[in-house]
Design a protein around this ligand. Structure first.
Ligand code: NAD
Ligand code: UGA
Length: 468
């Protein structure tokens, strides 16, 4: 089957970059990314590439090359659905905030709306692809909707699972050179196999055949949740040991290096931190825990839930350490945050550890001053308001946002590094020190600074997982 038109529903952190790369690598395919969020689509169409709604190194170049040629961003969802041979569903699947499964299960209402819309609009056969991260067995619900809520025309649908493994900050590299592309489908029928082949041939334009893995649809759906659970579990494992290192004069970076050189363990994802953030690790593990519980697998659920419990502990512990180090009171004291994003090289702040550390400090009446190279002031306030801990006015009173790090740190009692932005390493730390209250405390939540050199300047340093 020759794919000529692709539609992607959802122009977010996954839909936008993923489709931009498909369009760049497949100039013979027209790719239209649609979204109901008009502001987002307008930003994707902005002439000024620095205004794209997603910040990712290299994304602007890819968009510049393909946009207007075979890559289009639009709010005309129905039109794009009907024109497409292949439709990616890449909408958000957040944790439910209401009803059964509140706080754990994935909220699938946006997925269901997409399936109903496709069924209503389609007048020709379509391959429908789950790009969003979904609970295992969602494809059966999508199939049921597509097959039973149609518009009367004899349209046939094939459903595939094609989870996305890109990480933010390295999305373009990850898309151009993925470890693997996973495609799950109905391997028991000729039509199912044909659909799998059609999608595989899109990726084959730039991904080597041996890295395109095909499985049954349930394995594919479950592999995505499993991959995120394993990655997050490594971070929680090393973070749990960072606390033990602090008590025993061991150094977590040395421990990580020593174990990571064992090829069975591997060296990646062993960086101790203030806690993992991002829109997916917590959401996907909670989803896994919920699924296990619905099958009565309580030991399985408890095992994975511990990853989240440890992460919450790590964020809280970092904040409490600041408070206790500052003589048990931060009331009225200025604490400067370097970084608000959940990791470097992204403007995404979803579930960022910085939000929770700020919340704990605000509870103690601290004044928080934030500098982040890519996150807007309104985003920071929106993140705090979303927690509902205090009024919006109180959040604005407690937190001030700066677009210059030196201003943010002026007269601060402490600096806390919450994101590992490279630029933080290049600052004039003597100048920062000179402007601060004394003793000048520094809490490196990312282990990126040379604390020995900073101590020589006069800083009193705390480094995650360092017991000295
Ligand atoms: P996002 O919130 O950035 O984008 C989702 C977009 O879908 C939004 O712009 C929203 O307006 C749009 N949308 C929702 N319902 C719609 C509808 N009915 N019609 C048209 N548009 C609609 O989310 P994201 O970060 O891109 O994540 C999307 C999915 O991909 C999630 O399931 C997530 O778990 C998964 N995922 C995310 C990442 C990541 O790094 N962010 C990586 C891998 C997988
Ligand atoms: C993660 C996965 O890495 C992707 O494969 C997956 O596609 C994606 O989730 C998703 O499904 O959304 P992402 O959250 O963008 O990607 O970024 P990561 O690099 O995984 O980092 C997640 C969090 O863990 C960040 O807060 C990061 O700072 C933290 N982390 C990561 C550590 O604290 N230590 C580490 O060693 C690695």
């Amino acid at each position: 089957m020759d794919i000529k038109h692709i539609c992607c529903i959802g122009a977010g952190y996954v839909g936008g970059p993923t489709m931009a790369v498909i369009a760049q690598k497949c100039p013979h395919i027209n790719v239209t990314v649609v979204d109901i969020n008009e502001k987002r689509i307008a930003a994707w169409n902005d002439e000024d590439l620095s205004k794209l709604p997603v910040y990712e190194p290299g994304l602007d170049k890819v968009v510049e090359e393909a946009r207007g040629r075979n890559l289009f961003f639009s709010t005309e969802v129905d039109k794009a659905i009907d024109a497409a041979d292949m439709i990616f569903i890449s909408v958000n699947t957040p944790t439910k905030t209401y009803g059964k499964g509140k706080g754990m299960a994935a909220d699938l209402k946006y997925i269901e709306l997409c399936a109903r819309q496709i069924a209503r609009v389609a007048t020709s056969d379509k391959i429908v692809i789950e790009k969003s991260t979904l609970p295992v067995r969602t494809a059966s619900a999508i199939k049921s909707i597509l097959d039973n809520t149609g518009n009367g025309s004899e349209v046939k649908f094939q459903i595939l699972s094609n989870p996305e493994f890109l990480a933010e900050g390295t999305a373009i590299e990850d898309l151009l050179d993925p470890d693997r592309v996973l495609i799950g489908g109905d391997t028991s029928t000729a039509e199912g196999k044909k659909a799998i082949q059609a999608l595989a041939s899109v990726y084959a334009n730039w991904v080597p055949q041996k890295q395109i893995l095909t499985t049954n649809v349930w394995s594919s759906e479950l592999s995505k949740l499993t991959a995120n659970a394993f990655l997050a579990q490594r971070v929680s494992s090393i973070n749990s040991l960072s606390e033990l290192c602090e008590k025993t004069e061991a150094d977590v970076n040395e421990v990580a290096k020593a174990i990571g050189m064992d090829s069975r363990i591997g060296s990646k994802f062993l960086k101790a931190s203030v806690g993992f953030g991002g829109s997916c690790f917590q959401k996907d593990i909670l989803n896994l825990v919920y699924i296990a519980k619905t099958y009565g697998l309580n030991e399985v659920a408890d095992y994975w839930e511990q990853v989240i419990i440890m992460n919450d502990h790590q964020k809280r512990r970092f904040a409490h350490n600041i408070i206790s180090t500052l003589f048990n009171t931060v009331s009225g004291k200025k604490i400067a945050f370097l970084g608000w994003a959940f990791k470097k090289d992204t403007n995404d702040t979803r579930e960022s550890a910085a939000i929770y550390v700020a919340d704990e400090l605000l509870n103690e009446q601290s004044k928080v001053a934030v500098y982040d190279p890519k996150v807007s002031e309104e985003q920071m306030y929106a993140d705090l308001d979303y927690l509902n801990t205090r009024s919006s006015e109180e959040n604005r009173e407690g937190v001030s946002v700066f677009n210059n790090p030196y201003e943010a740190c002026k007269d601060a009692h402490a600096i806390a590094v919450l994101t590992e932005w490279d630029e933080f390493k290049t600052y004039d730390w003597q100048k920062l020190y000179d402007q601060m209250q004394k003793p000048a405390f520094l809490f490196d939540g990312r282990g990126i600074l040379d604390t020995d050199a900073l101590e020589k300047i006069g800083f009193v340093c705390y480094k995650i997982g360092s017991g000295k």
